[in-house]
Design a binder for this molecule. Structure first.
Ligand SMILES: Nc1ncnc2c1ncn2[C@@H]1O[C@H](COP(=O)(O)OP(=O)(O)OP(=O)(O)O)[C@@H](O)[C@H]1O
Ligand SMILES: [Mg+2]
Length: 230
């Protein structure tokens, strides 16, 4: 019962985030209007102010994209499946997660070819899986660590697959924990809930993919999501 109360609290937190982000949009639009107004009169402004206005407009666009991404993510996922570009989904995850990576001084490298085939899946569910896995990689990494996100096509028994994976060089997983981590409500973190991977496991199934990992304690971990191509 305690577990359910806790899971419910997290759900509420998600909803609160959505309304918070929603509420931020209105005052932000007012700021944008003022900036646009100043921009229209830019010929009359001194050069340094002109530059500040232009930088502020760029910063606004960034915040706006981030808000759109968070709002889109928090919307109730439909069961709609469309061809999904893994590159685009990864980019959106990186935008959302870049703040927590930056706070830990972690750099994220992306190795995804432009011409990767699209995947028939629900974009939001895919995003939720990727976000949880990247988040775990950040949490496992030391300050100023490196995380690599890659995706590639591979062939096995004449079937083609796209593999998306996130590699960290962090704490790794102990042999005795490997059996437990995907089952849910297992955590080794002080502030962890042990919910992320349980959610990933069921969502991975829903988007017709396999979730697996390879980890060496003290060396690092790779979590992979494997999609079979039609
Ligand atoms: N990249 C990783 N490196 C090392 N350990 C990991 C990694 N990913 C997951 N784990 C281990 O698996 C456990 C379960 O992960 P999971 O994402 O389900 O929960 P959590 O991260 O502890 O908490 P939550 O995701 O609910 O905030 C983690 O506590 C950690 O011990
Ligand atoms: Mg987690």
């Amino acid at each position: 019962m305690e577990d359910f109360i806790h899971a419910n609290k997290l759900q509420l937190l998600g909803k609160l985030t959505a309304s918070l982000v929603h509420e931020i949009r209105n005052p932000l639009s007012a700021i944008k209007l003022n900036l646009d107004y100043m921009n229209m009169a830019k010929d009359d402004l001194p050069n340094d102010i002109k530059e500040i206005v232009s930088e502020s407009i760029d910063a606004f666009e960034q915040v706006n994209f981030l808000i759109e991404d968070v709002l889109d993510f928090t919307r109730k996922p439909s069961s709609k499946e469309n061809p999904v570009d893994i590159n685009v989904v990864t980019e959106r995850c990186l935008k959302i997660i870049s703040v927590s990576a930056r706070m830990k001084g972690i750099s994220i490298e992306k190795e995804i070819p432009e011409n990767l085939p699209n995947i028939e899946a629900n974009k939001n569910k895919m995003m939720q899986v990727f976000l949880n896995l990247i988040n775990n990689a950040i949490e496992a990494s030391d300050e100023k660590g490196i995380i690599i996100i890659r995706a590639y096509v591979c062939e096995e028994n004449s079937f083609k697959y796209v593999i998306w994976e996130v590699q960290d060089f962090g704490c790794g997983i102990k042999e005795e924990d490997k059996q437990k981590i995907l089952d849910g409500f297992f955590t080794t973190k002080q502030k962890g809930n042990g919910i992320g991977l349980g959610v990933c496991k069921s969502l991975a199934e829903e988007i017709h993919s396999d979730l697996f990992f390879d980890s060496t304690f003290g060396v690092g971990t790779i979590f992979s999501v494997k999609f079979r191509l039609a």
